[in-house]
Design a binder for this molecule. Structure first.
Ligand code: NAD
Ligand code: IPM
Ligand code: MN
Length: 358
């Protein structure tokens, strides 16, 4: 029996997770996965219930679980509370406490969505890149960080530290992923300016010696941002730090049609993981039943693949998503001429129906 902890979160989180759970439950029956689901809160919902964005008992449950499925956290309701209690701090804490340093964000264009991207179809067609984002270090967690008043004015600073062991372990994830893909790895940094990036580049070069079959390149992050929209198919695997990876993955999501299509896996050294869409809680559309649940459904597929090695079930979910796109069903974010606009629940139900018939 494997235990999956479900954390719906805030905003559209509960809406999209509800659909992903239906898919997971069907996969459980169909493929005899032997999984059991339990539920708890993270983020603003946890703040409302427990007074903190990640309660100790929730963290204990997360540690005990075999995998975690998360919606998204945050929203205007909690934007003005004590910064230490913000929903996002709960997310950062669970990532850090569980040691989920390896964040995989695949940007894969389903061919049916070539017209949904804001980029020309010829620029994105066939796109299949993987962003490997370091998730538990860098400027998100660096100390010291402080707000203060100096010379009569407010100021604030953050710190961007990386140790060589932190860089080495994420670089290895990048190389390992490149080895099972097209053997091309681009390490993205800002080594022309930042000391942390100079170390990053040095260590990535060292790790490269163990992967002679992988073609390694380095790119400054500003150029990488430009290349991602100029000629995104030049990339296979990108490995980068916490903040650059955050920004570049949102950017890459638009190459696939919508941020509503991008799943993610956040893994520790033993492939224990938390799985969540790359997007946020989308307060602007929350409660309307129109959010795209596919990123979360595809996160379930990643969960089954990476944490449980249930390759057949994972493949089947991806196939079901593809079939639903073939049927012309689209949520608003990926809507195109000649397609039928559906709600979050209709999209979820269509994936369930397709999976049933596979
Ligand atoms: P966002 O990703 O929530 O939304 C950006 C835009 O994309 C919005 O217009 C939204 O409607 C749209 N969008 C996002 N997901 C969608 C989906 N599934 N279907 C259709 N459209 C979708 O980013 P934001 O507005 O900058 O942030 C909102 C809140 O979410 C903030 O509190 C932020 O901190 C939080 N956030 C959380 C996570 C997470 O939990 N992993 C990630 C990013 C942002
Ligand atoms: C993400 C989000 C988070 C991040 C925020 C909500 C802390 O943007 O998962 O991409 O920056 O990592
Ligand atoms: Mn982000």
């Amino acid at each position: 029996m494997k235990n999956i902890l479900i954390l719906p979160g805030d905003g559209i989180g509960p809406e999209i997770v509800a659909e992903a759970v239906k898919v997971l439950e069907l996969a459980n029956d169909k493929f005899a996965l032997d999984v059991q689901l339990s539920h708890d809160e993270l983020g603003g919902a946890a703040y409302d219930k427990y007074g903190v964005p990640l309660a100790d008992e929730t963290l204990d449950r997360a540690r005990a679980a075999d995998a975690i499925l998360l919606g998204a956290v945050g929203g205007p309701k909690w934007d003005t509370i004590d910064p230490a209690l913000r929903p996002e701090r709960g997310l950062l804490k669970i990532r850090s406490e569980l040691g989920l340093f390896g964040n995989l964000r695949p940007a894969l264009l389903y061919p049916q969505l070539a017209e949904s991207s804001t980029l020309k179809p010829e620029v994105v067609s066939g796109l299949d890149i993987l962003i490997v984002r370091e998730l538990t270090g860098g400027i998100y967690f660096g100390q010291p960080r402080e707000r203060l008043v100096k010379d009569g004015e407010r100021m604030a600073y953050d710190t961007l530290p990386y140790s060589e062991s932190e860089v080495r372990r994420i670089a290895k994830v990048g190389f390992d992923m490149a080895m099972v893909r097209n053997r091309k790895l681009c390490s993205v940094d800002k080594a022309n300016v930042l000391a942390s990036s100079q170390l990053w580049r040095e260590v990535v070069e060292e790790v490269a010696r163990d992967y002679p079959e992988v073609e390694l390149s380095h790119m400054y992050v500003d150029n990488a941002a430009m290349q991602l929209v100029r000629a995104p198919k030049q990339f296979d695997v990108i490995v980068t730090d916490n903040m650059f990876g955050d920004i570049l993955s949102d950017q890459a999501s638009m190459l696939t049609g919508s941020i509503g299509m991008l799943p993610s896996a956040s893994l520790d050294a033993n492939n224990k993981g938390m799985y969540e869409p790359c997007h946020g809680s989308a307060p602007d559309i929350a409660g309307q039943g129109i959010a795209n649940p596919l990123a979360t459904i595809l996160s379930v597929s990643m969960l089954l693949r990476y944490s449980f090695n249930e390759v057949k079930a994972a493949d089947a979910i991806e196939q079901a998503v593809s079939q639903v796109l073939d049927q012309g069903l689209r949520t608003g974010d990926i809507m195109a001429a000649g397609c039928r606009k559906v709600s979050t629940a209709e999209m979820g139900a269509a994936v369930v129906a397709a999976l049933k018939n596979l």
